[in-house]
Structure formats: structure tokens, C-alpha cells
Design a protein around this ligand. Structure first.
Ligand SMILES: [Zn+2]
Length: 214
């Protein structure tokens, strides 16, 4: 079976399974548990446009998971079917060829099956670099960021999570459009953590669309 699950879909499945586990622990009522099982099944199936019988079979038994260890074991059975982020270092460098003294981190230890976009920051330049396959083509965006008050938390537009202090910044990117000059959003500056929380790529797509639309 060829890989068919995107990394963000793995996060979504894990999140939905955790909801079910909460229902196991906190619901004495059988109907509440049954409803949680049903909603898990439909949420996971809605995640994919269509599934072959072979793919559907992978999710059999998912509603019977009752503990964190079983959840981890289940996620491990899906792992071989995860589509890794396609990344070549030469490619990344070419995306930012106008950038002087571009520092690219060593991504060799990064598990490409856990990321839906690639991001890193250059602290010296206050710059955030983002790479994403927009409309099927790998695209790079550079954004300048500012961090705010360390005690204040802001919600990342990508992972929709409240993050505190220096781990989140207001990232502003110049657009290709003549009408709007820039697009700004709060974003996690630690892209690996952001990727772990990402359950949809909708906001990432939207950001790239806004920046790239002429
Ligand atoms: Zn985030």
C-alpha cells in the first residue's frame, strides 16, 4: 500500500483519538461513549476523500482504543503510510537564492513524516523562512518577525494554539501583489513544535496564497 496519510492528518487522528480516551475516562454514560466512537469514525473518514477497502481496514479497531499506550501502538501502525515532506537541500537554497548569507539548518535529523511545512528562523536577522508545496510546487517565503511581551500569549495562525513569549512572533511577509504590500500573522517561531500541533494545512495554504497572489 502506498503512503496516503499526510503528517497533519496524523496529528488530527491523534487529537480525535485523545477525545475518545477522554470519553472513556470521564463518561460513565454508555451513550456518551458510543457518540464519541461514532464521531471519531466519521471525523477520520471525512479526513480522506476516499479510502480503498485496504486503507479503511487500517482504521478498524480504532474505536476500541482505551489507553495512551494502545493509542501510540495504533499510530505506529499508520506510520508506514505517512507521506514524507519532499525536501532536498539544494532545492531549499534555490528558493532563497537572492538571500545573502542564508543560513539553512541541518534538516538531516528531521523526520520528514512529521512536518507539513518547513520553517526556521534566523535570530540575528529576525527572519522566519517558510517552505511549503504550494499548488504542487515548492515555494519559499521570507518573513520578518517581531516578538512581543514574554508573558503574553498569542495564537499561531497555523496551528491555532496559544503560545507564549519568544516562541511566537508577528511575522510579516512582503506580497507579490501591488494592492497589498504585506501580510502579517502571529506564527510559532519553533516550526517543529508548530508542525506537531498542525491538524490542517488550510491556514498555511491561505498564508502562501495571500503572499504569492499577484
Ligand atoms: Zn503554530
Amino acid at each position: 500500500m502506498t503512503p496516503f496519510i499526510y503528517p497533519f492528518q496524523m496529528n488530527f487522528i491523534r487529537k480525535e483519538l485523545n477525545k475518545l480516551l477522554n470519553a472513556v475516562y470521564f463518561a460513565g454514560d454508555y451513550r456518551v461513549y458510543q457518540t464519541a466512537k461514532d464521531s471519531l469514525t466519521s471525523a477520520v473518514h471525512d479526513l480522506f476523500e476516499q479510502l480503498t477497502p485496504e486503507q479503511t481496514a487500517l482504521f478498524d479497531g480504532m474505536t476500541e482504543i482505551k489507553g495512551q499506550r494502545a493509542l501510540n501502538d495504533f499510530m505506529a501502525t499508520l506510520y508506514p503510510y505517512v507521506i514524507p515532506f519532499s525536501l532536498e537541500m539544494g532545492q531549499v537554497r534555490r528558493l532563497f537564492k537572492k538571500e545573502k548569507k542564508l543560513t539553512i539548518p541541518d534538516f538531516s535529523r528531521l523526520d520528514l513524516k512529521t512536518v507539513s511545512y518547513i520553517g526556521w528562523r534566523d535570530i540575528g536577522k529576525n527572519q522566519l523562512y517558510l517552505v511549503y508545496p504550494y499548488m504542487g510546487e515548492l515555494v519559499g517565503i521570507r518573513a520578518r518577525y517581531t516578538t512581543g511581551n514574554t508573558n503574553q500569549s498569542n495564537v499561531c495562525c497555523f496551528c491555532n494554539t496559544g503560545v507564549k513569549g519568544s516562541e511566537i512572533g508577528l511575522a510579516v511577509a512582503k506580497t507579490k501583489s501591488t494592492e497589498y504590500q504585506s501580510v502579517g500573522n502571529y506564527m510559532c517561531l519553533d516550526s517543529e513544535s508548530c508542525n506537531q500541533r498542525l491538524t490542517s494545512t488550510h491556514a498555511v495554504e491561505e498564508f502562501f496564497r495571500k503572499v504569492l497572489t499577484k
